[in-house]
Design a protein around this ligand. Sequence first.
Ligand SMILES: [Zn+2]
Length: 330
Amino acid sequence: MTDDDLEMNFTDLSKFRKKSEVPPYPIVGIVGQQVMKKAILLVASNPALGNIIIIGEAGTGKSAAARGLKDILPEVETINGCDYNCNPKEKSRLCQDCKSSVTELNSSPRRIPLLEVPIGASERRIFGGFDSQSRLKPGYVGQANRGYLLIARANLLDPDVLNRILDISESGIHKSDKKHGDFKHPASFNVIATMNPEDGELDADVLERFSMAMKVQSIRDIEERIEIVRRVEAYRLDPVDFVNRNRREMEAFAQRVKRARDLVNRVDMPKKVEDAISKILQRLGQDNDRARKALLEGALANAAFNDRVWVTIDDVAEVADLVLGHRGKA
Ligand SMILES: [Zn+2]
């Protein structure tokens, strides 16, 4: 089984050595689905927002949108050769290899990683472990450090594995116990999960762990449907050309995301907006730490994405559905 969102047969793959070299369908090329695209841009703008999940049937472009984020993420200074993309400026969060390196650590700008956990990936591939030569091989949770981990059809993943991934994401550190190999490394990443409700439910307590959740519907408008077919066909015929034709718009979003990431830690949350958030949460019976943090960080992300250094009540209103819609009453 594969996620059939834009899972397509390309007309001419001879230009690419591997299918993974085909550039992802650009997020700006997705017709409609504004709420979904916005949620992805917000989590790209503010990593403190946490994890998000997109819920929708096949063909809604949800996986394509998440994969398309890859091309608009900025570069960050990264230690060369490090499996965990260590930040040379964050000495306290270096991995064991970087910490114990006897030579000077050189770094260079590298694009923020976005990795995808394939359906059916082994726990070892996800969490990492020692090989037969006792060398520690990082899993996806390590390789995605400082970046994003895409989990398509998250409701098909073993719930224990999904909860473990979410635990690691929330703590920013992967501490493997003795049973799994006894090692530790930085693992600060945001999960972008997708699920198709036709595959089954996700437990309410797992769903509530996501800071934002959104339901996406297939587009019914006939003209928009024709436009989707036209674009997907153009991409299928020549992915590089299609991406190039969307390049200018992608660049504009990439610049916005980069600027928002630089700005977000300086965005001010006025007391009256914080009080309004408390009132909203109390009124909805959702006054808990998780919902509060998600709403605060979502509003900060929205302000930063709009190039503002203060939050308004409109920022809160714009993200409220995304943050609160999937939560049960306390
Ligand atoms: Zn390192």
